[in-house]
Design a protein around this ligand. Structure first.
Ligand SMILES: [Zn+2]
Length: 330
């Protein structure tokens, strides 16, 4: 047993010096989080008046077009610069024609939002799965798989109709090969050379999308999306997807989901120089909210730590359902 009264320890570094006060902690903080980093997703349901709670996502609602002015006001007051729009159409068909209808639910919503607040950055999700009767992200081949090349013109047409409605950023989420090339070409030839593309470049086939499919009514009627979304085990392949989308003209890239893929996010951030977004998806939101509602986690600290971890891993922008909740107490 050492006699600690007489022991002389060798010199050691005192890390705690920089944690002594909140002033010092704040001076040496490496990662910041501000409302300007956040993008808030909206689910807009055609024919709905008012709001309809999404049971699997406590605190989130499907909203009617009549709620968009109030949403735009809320976001402006909170300093949240951007929204990501998803639509629930009145009817669906095999080709997802509601996605590229000139008077589609998202197209209408964009017009309404831009009227309410021209400064709000409107990001339009481009995919067909909310609009197809079978719930897959494009038209099907006889074997039930999604026809990649037949999907491209429909995605491109969707992007053009969103841009025509005033959409600021086009965000393809379908994971078809060649979609960025097709969308860029279509936007340019329709006079939207200045409209940027944020591609869901590394989108993994994830269990954490479960509550979203409830919210957007977009669950596949058969099978799953593993034929086009990425295998959760593959990080190098994610880098290849990102490189391809940038080569095809993506101005920004996204990693989705965020929390189970923070390592991928970090590798993407280290590899590319374009802005990087991360999607803190519905299942990540719901599991945190469930624990918070049960009193198992402290709401403020758990959400701060979660969003900070996504920033620290390299996200410039975070798409998150926590956006308003978090920004409201800044
Ligand atoms: Zn889809």
């Amino acid at each position: 047993m050492l006699d600690w009264k007489t022991v002389e320890l060798p010199p050691f570094k005192r890390h705690r010096r920089l944690r002594r006060s909140s002033g010092i902690r704040s001076m040496v903080r490496e990662t910041d989080l501000a409302p300007r980093n956040l993008i808030y997703p909206l689910f807009i349901e055609a024919g709905l008046q008012g709001r309809s709670p999404i049971l699997s996502m406590p605190g989130q609602d499907r909203i009617g077009v009549d709620q968009l002015n109030a949403e735009a006001d809320d976001l402006a007051r909170l300093g949240i610069p951007a929204v990501l729009l998803f639509g629930l159409p009145v009817s669906k068909d095999d080709l997802g024609s509601g996605a590229y209808a000139r008077d589609g639910i998202v197209q209408q919503s964009i017009r309404r939002l831009k009227e309410a607040n021209p400064e709000l950055v409107v990001v339009g999700d481009v995919c067909l799965c909310e609009y197809t009767s079978h719930g897959h992200c494009g038209p099907l081949l006889p074997d039930g798989s999604v026809d990649n090349d037949a999907t491209l013109p429909l995605l491109a047409e969707t992007a053009v109709t969103l841009a025509e409605a005033g959409c600021d950023i086009i965000a393809p989420s379908d994971m078809m090969d060649g979609r960025v090339t097709a969308i860029r070409l279509a936007l340019d030839s329709a006079g939207f050379a200045q409209t940027p593309i944020l591609s869901y470049a590394a989108k993994f086939s994830s269990a954490f999308y479960g509550p979203f499919r409830d919210a957007a009514d977009s669950a596949p009627q058969f099978g799953d999306r593993r034929g086009y979304q990425m295998d959760p085990a593959n990080a190098r392949m994610a880098l290849d997807e990102v490189a391809t989308d940038i080569a095809e003209g993506a101005d920004m890239v996204m990693v989705k989901p965020a929390l189970p893929y923070l390592d991928v996010l970090r590798q993407v951030r280290d590899r590319v120089d374009v802005p990087v977004a991360a999607y803190n998806v519905s299942g990540e939101y719901s599991m945190l909210m469930a624990a918070i509602q049960n009193g198992w986690l402290d709401e403020h600290r758990a959400i701060d730590e979660t969003l900070t971890s996504i920033r620290r891993a390299g996200a410039d922008m975070i798409i998150t359902y926590h956006a308003k909740q978090w920004a409201a107490r800044q």
